[in-house]
Each structure stands twice: as C-alpha cells, then as structure tokens.
Design a protein around this ligand. Structure first.
Ligand code: FMN
Length: 153
C-alpha cells in the first residue's frame, strides 16, 4: 500500500475541491493499492493544531493570493497563503516535497500562479503544473498522471 500525501491551503474552497476530486480519481483508478492523506493547513491553524514533520514524500498545492501590483516589478507580496509556506519550512518538511502545483486565475496575467514559482525558488523543489480556479477534468487527469509517475504507481 502506497500513501500519497497532499498538503494544501484553500481559502475559498477551489483548491480543496480540486484535491478532493483528484483524490477520488486516483482512488477509483488504483483502489486498495493506495491510500491518500490530504491536509489543509488552514484547518490545522483554525483548530490550533501544531505543525508536524511529514511522515513521507508529499505534493503541495498552492492557490495564489497577491497584494495588488503587476507581478513583474511590484506587487508580488503573498497574502493569506503564508501558513502553507510555514508548514513546508517546519521541521525541514521541504526536503520531502516532491513538487508544487500552483493554482490561480489567468486574468492576473503575469501574476498567474506566481507564489508557486516563488516557493519553488525558495525551497528548491519543482513547479509540477498549474490549473485555474477549481480545475477541469483534463487538469485532474494530467496532474494525476504526474503524481502517479512521482510515486511510481
Ligand atoms: C484577493 C485575491 C487575489 C488573487 N490574486 C491572484 C493572483 O495574484 N494570481 C492568480 O493567479 N490568482 C489570483 N487569485 C485567484 C485565486 O488564486 C483563485 O481564485 C484560486 O482558485 C483560489 O483558491 P482557493 O479557493 O482554494 O482559495 C486571487 C483571488 C483573490 C480573491
């Protein structure tokens, strides 16, 4: 049994919906061969739970919330999603991160999924992919395939 670990943060529910639908897709495909452990860092903070060391390799999912600006020479300041970065930094969790999937809205042009790129630079793991808003079925299938290859399933 292989455990797929997903760590995400979701403020308005889009990323939570994507992770839930993608997990369902993976479970339907692989049945009892896998188990999924998904955690929303916002819920950990809300419940007053301490951050902890991840028990194995994980994939991170990060929506983009930036303070104004144009994403080129100003306004690349992360807001609201910072607890995900703190969780990834905690107990060297970043060493177990296989990569990050960014999400956002293309209307933000150059700022589209910028925070995932910033995390990639900061922690040294790759940006695996991106999707808009809740993500479409094609996004679920494509990103699932990347996760399958990372876990060799
Ligand atoms: C205040 C605010 C700022 C945002 N800034 C960006 C941005 O800079 N770049 C981007 O790609 N998407 C941006 N978005 C879009 C969100 O990333 C997108 O709606 C995402 O799906 C939200 O995920 P969540 O529902 O899991 O929180 C912004 C949305 C809001 C409400």
């Amino acid at each position: 049994m292989i455990t797929l670990r997903f760590v995400y943060i979701s403020l308005s529910g889009n990323t939570a919906s994507f992770v839930r639908r993608m997990s369902q897709h993976l479970l339907e495909k692989h049945g009892d061969a896998i188990t999924i452990d998904a955690v929303d860092v916002k819920e950990l903070v809300k419940d007053g739970q301490d951050f902890y060391e991840m028990a194995g390799p994980f994939v991170a999912f990060l929506p983009t919330y930036l303070e104004g600006g144009n994403g080129v020479d100003n306004g690349d300041q992360e807001i609201l999603t910072n607890p995900l970065g703190e969780f990834i930094a905690h107990a060297d969790n970043f060493k177990q991160c296989l990569g990050i999937v960014g999400s956002g809205n293309r209307n933000f042009n150059n700022q589209y999924c910028l925070t995932a790129k910033q995390y990639s630079q900061r922690f040294g793991f790759p940006v695996l992919d991106d999707f808009e808003m809740r993500g479409m079925l094609d996004d679920i299938k494509r990103i699932s395939e990347k996760i399958e290859s990372l876990y060799n399933i």
